[in-house]
Design a protein around this ligand. Structure first.
Ligand code: ADP
Ligand code: MG
Length: 251
């Protein structure tokens, strides 16, 4: 089943087409990757999907619902979560507090509930705590839950960013260079974490520069170049595509 359907998507910044006429289907239960040289439009594409930018052309639907003009807040509540190219953790908070902050967006209790510690608020706090811990555990960093984000290694921070997104219980997760800055020898483990996401009902759309990781992970790869689709296909198809080889080798 198609989870995310992108048609003719475009974003202009002044005279520049950062994303132009992009079509993409993200299938449920799959890992879909977006690759392309620096400045190809990968992060802009994510910002369009997530509602952080308004597209200048085209449509985005999620589960058959038009979300072209949804705000990021609505996207999260609607089942799309994301991580950012540069990790956005609160340095002076613990990993657990960071992941809890990610769940607040789904909160149903209001200020009244919080001030008066209503049963609803207490129930929700306990549930948030459970979900946050479960997400940290799933991402392999539960043992660091009481450490400040600024005190843990880069890889633990990156895993926590994934946990933060997972704690919102998304159907689709957008990962923008989730393994960026992680030493090469640790990327296999990180790849295994990403590979395990569809098994818990979370489909993945991923931007990553580490080609060996992408090729072993993705079901489908979209190659962007200057904002446009250069190719789409399986890892084997992409690796043998002459246009892709030309774009990457610059010949
Ligand atoms: P990638 O993530 O593939 O490296 P980006 O999506 O960040 O590429 O950028 C695509 C192009 O759009 C680049 O030329 C970049 O300079 C430009 N761009 C991205 N965001 C903005 C913005 N907010 N304002 C103006 N130009 C932007
Ligand atoms: Mg980028």
């Amino acid at each position: 089943m198609t989870l995310l359907e992108i048609r003719g998507l475009g974003k202009r910044f002044g005279g520049l087409d950062a994303v132009k006429n992009v079509d993409l289907d993200v299938q449920e239960g799959q890992i879909t990757a977006v690759i392309g040289p620096n400045g190809a439009g990968k992060s802009t594409l994510f910002n369009l999907i997530h509602g952080f930018y308004r597209p200048t052309a085209g449509t985005v639907s999620f589960n058959g619902r038009d979300i072209t003009h949804s705000s990021p807040h609505n996207s999260v509540n609607g089942g799309i979560a994301r991580t950012f190219q540069t990790t956005h953790l609160f340095d002076d908070s613990t990993l657990l507090e960071n992941v809890l902050a990610g769940r607040i967006v789904r909160s149903k209790s209001n200020v009244f509930d919080a001030i008066f510690h209503t049963p609803r608020h207490r129930r929700e706090s306990a549930l948030n705590q459970d979900k946050a811990l479960e997400a940290l555990d799933f991402c392999g960093v539960a043992e660091f839950r009481h450490d400040l984000a600024s005190n843990v290694p880069q890889e633990v921070q990156k895993r926590t960013a994934v946990a933060m997104a997972l704690a919102t219980e998304p159907e689709l997760i957008l990962l923008d260079e989730p393994a960026g800055g992680i030493p090469e020898e640790e990327t296999t483990d990180f790849g295994n974490l990403i590979r395990s996401l569809p098994g818990r009902g979370v489909s993945v759309l991923l931007v990553e520069h580490k080609m060996s990781m992408i090729m072993g992970l993705a079901d489908t790869i979209l190659v962007l170049d200057h904002g446009q689709k250069l190719a789409i296909g399986s890892p084997a198809e992409i690796q043998s595509n002459p246009d892709v080889i030309r774009a990457y080798l610059g010949s």
